[in-house]
Ligand binder design. Structure first.
Ligand SMILES: NC(=O)c1ccc[n+]([C@@H]2O[C@H](COP(=O)([O-])OP(=O)(O)OC[C@H]3O[C@@H](n4cnc5c(N)ncnc54)[C@H](OP(=O)(O)O)[C@@H]3O)[C@@H](O)[C@H]2O)c1
Length: 303
């Protein structure tokens, strides 16, 4: 069996619960999202892509419909559009309900850029993902959601001792972070904390991270790294790291197993960067401040 076929066989054998279900995805035009969409289509799922690049979404939809005979719809979604979630929710009122939502869209290592007063990494990865998942969960309480995090959720809580007494001081603190890595790590950490708080209030939200994969995140058009990096790193990364299908299995496992207290699903291999999915306990320090961070993020969402 070819390597890629093994992932499809793995999904078919282990994720019977997902067979034939309705699944909404963001990020389907990216590396991990596209792999997740292909695996789900092979399980005969009915899919809805919420994508910024509608043309790329429609091309993938047509390809999956041809190959697997499944229904795939595409709806425009740019998480920087402040009306995006309301548009999605009003579209969904006319739709047969969906069973799962996989939140995959994200940006990595971008230069600092303020969008409506919030630095873009926090706006896209944290606030926009949070708003979509919370409002979908509130509108469809039976829907299981999976948030794609990153190993960097373990980024140190360097906000300790900062003035985070209200949303405005929190916003000021976010704008003061100069390291791209730290912005990315904290955007995922804060999102995770807010989602744990939402789960404590009964929302069905599972957490997953895909390990390390060479995707469009490492495309020169993202301008995340100096030019020399793109000549050297991506070809090596493609050899060293796992394919996107293997990474996407962690998201499917998190959906199939459902939301569980204290756990995250990620690759089970070396440093959780490679391998088939495994559920493990996340570090307990992430539980510190969950309610406070959740309420600050909600206040920021409203600004
Ligand atoms: N690759 C890794 O090693 C790795 C490791 C840990 C976590 N992750 C996480 O996995 C997720 C997927 O990453 P990937 O590696 O597949 O990256 P990718 O190939 O760059 O895909 C990113 C996806 O997010 C979408 N997106 C970005 N900004 C958006 C916006 N404003 N509105 C709507 N969609 C937007 C992109 O849409 P366009 O096609 O329109 O650009 C694309 O579909 C991210 O959340 C990332 O943080 C990745």
């Amino acid at each position: 069996m070819k390597k890629e076929e093994r992932y499809f066989a793995y999904a078919k054998e282990r994720f019977v619960r997902l067979q034939g279900k309705g699944v909404i995805l963001t990020g389907a035009t990216g590396g991990i999202g596209k792999a997740a969409a292909r695996l789900l289509a092979s399980l005969h799922c009915r899919l809805l892509f919420l994508v910024r690049n509608v043309r790329a979404g429609e091309e993938l939809a047509a390809q999956l419909e041809r190959t697997y005979g499944v229904e795939v719809k595409v709806f425009p979604y740019d998480s920087l559009d402040r009306e995006a979630v309301s548009k999605v929710l009003s579209f969904l009122t006319g739709e047969k309900p969906y069973d799962y939502f996989l939140s995959i869209a994200g940006i990595y290592h971008q230069p600092a850029k303020m969008i409506d007063g919030i630095e873009q990494t926090f706006r896209v990865n944290c606030l926009a993902s949070l708003e979509l998942i919370l409002r979908l969960s509130a509108a469809y309480p039976d829907m299981e959601s999976v948030q794609t995090l990153s190993l960097t959720y373990r980024t140190k809580s360097s906000y300790q001792g900062k003035d985070l007494s209200d949303a405005l001081s929190f916003r000021k603190y976010l704008a003061s972070i100069h390291s791209r890595n730290k912005r990315y790590g904290l955007s995922k950490r804060f999102l995770m904390q807010a989602l744990i708080a939402a789960r404590h209030q009964g929302m069905k939200i599972a957490l997953a991270h895909p390990g390390v994969v060479c995707t469009n995140l490492f495309n020169p058009k993202n301008k995340a790294y100096p030019r020399w990096f793109y000549r050297v790193a991506p070809p090596l990364m493609r050899v060293i790291f796992m394919p996107a299908e293997e990474a996407a299995l962690s998201l499917l496992k998190a959906a199939a197993d459902g939301s569980k207290e204290g756990t995250i699903v990620g690759p089970g291999g070396f440093l959780h960067a490679w391998g088939y999915p495994k559920e493990y306990q996340y570090r307990r320090d992430i539980l510190r401040d969950t309610d406070r961070i959740a309420s600050l993020l909600k206040e920021l969402m409203a600004l």
